[in-house]
Write a protein of this length. Structure first.
Length: 314
């Protein structure tokens, strides 16, 4: 049985708490470091307790498992309080390059050189985040997907500085925790999965803008069509299954007609100008009254648990 690592999480936001919960459930001792107004926004321990309660209700965990996981998590106010504790720190703070650079430089000065420093950024170059630090070889990207305790994927992002030892240790820790890590060999915008996801988003918005289909039918086409298949038979396997010659013929005909704009969609721009931001404003492309938002959030968690259980991914 592998020795459990000591985990520190910088930031008690949604992603940070999800990461903390994940490792606590897997038997690791976790310290969450409060930043900014984390304490004022909500009771972090209650958020985790609520998440665990859902997993107990769905029979993913026993109540004993949940109680023991909570006991493994503690909260501190400063990075210094974890300096002699953490084997790895997962950062989950605001998506601002300068702020992340300053925090990583501070952690780099405080933690022993053996401590891995990982950023959960979904958009910023990990290489740039490391620029103000001295020991850049121990800084790596670990992009979790929300909710971090349910989605198996973690993108392990290399930088031009990172050591092979850091990559290997991070990958093995994530695997041991039950995640499905992938190596992103180049630190490019969007890393791996977001590049594919937002290519889909761009085409979905284009179809609506060009009045090819309604927003409702765009979502239905994915939800009840190829979206059901993707979790079992992903794109490259589908291409091999159908034949690369067939894929080539489709691409040759179809690609000239697919959206290739390098700017955000007009549909996004127009809605943002009207103040239609989605859940947070009550209206986006769809209408979102409070009850619909609550239902959508609950349905997401319930649905992910059902899919994960069905596919043996919990």
């Amino acid at each position: 049985m592998s020795v459990k690592k000591n985990i520190a999480v910088l930031g008690a936001g949604k992603m940070g708490l999800g990461i903390a919960q994940l490792f606590a459930v897997k038997g690791h001792t976790v310290k969450v470091i409060y930043v900014y107004d984390d304490k004022k926004r909500y009771n972090a321990a209650e958020v985790i307790r609520g998440n665990l309660s859902v997993l107990v209700e769905e029979e993913v965990l026993t109540q004993k498992d949940a109680d023991e996981a909570l006991e493994r998590i503690s909260f501190v106010d400063t990075i210094e309080e974890t300096a002699d504790f953490a084997d790895i720190v997962f950062e989950g703070i605001i998506e601002n390059l300068e702020i992340k650079q300053d925090y990583f430089a501070k952690m780099d000065a405080i933690f022993p050189e053996s401590t891995i420093l990982a950023t959960n950024t979904s958009a910023i170059s990990v290489t740039e985040i490391a620029e103000k630090s001295v020991h850049k070889e121990r800084i790596i990207g670990t992009h979790y997907w929300n909710p971090a305790y349910l989605i198996p994927l973690v993108e392990v992002v290399r930088t031009k500085y990172v050591s092979e030892e850091t990559v290997k240790a991070t990958y093995e820790l994530l695997e041991e925790a039950g995640k499905k890590p992938v190596i992103v060999k180049k630190d490019v915008p969007g890393f791996l999965a977001n590049r594919m996801q937002h290519a889909l988003f761009r085409e979905a918005l284009s179809i609506v803008e060009n009045d090819i289909a309604s927003p409702e039918d765009v979502d239905k086409a994915i939800k009840y069509g190829f979206g059901m298949r993707l979790g079992i038979c992903p794109p490259i396997e589908v291409m091999d299954m159908g034949g690369l010659d067939l894929t080539y013929a489709i691409h040759e005909y179809l690609f000239p007609h697919i959206e290739n704009s390098t700017k955000p969609s007009r549909l996004l721009t127009e809605n943002i100008e009207k103040g239609n931001l989605g859940f947070k404003s009550g209206k986006g492309i769809f209408e979102w009254p409070k009850e619909a938002v609550e239902k959508a959030n609950k349905d997401l968690i319930d649905g992910l648990i059902k899919v994960a259980k069905a596919l043996d991914r919990l």
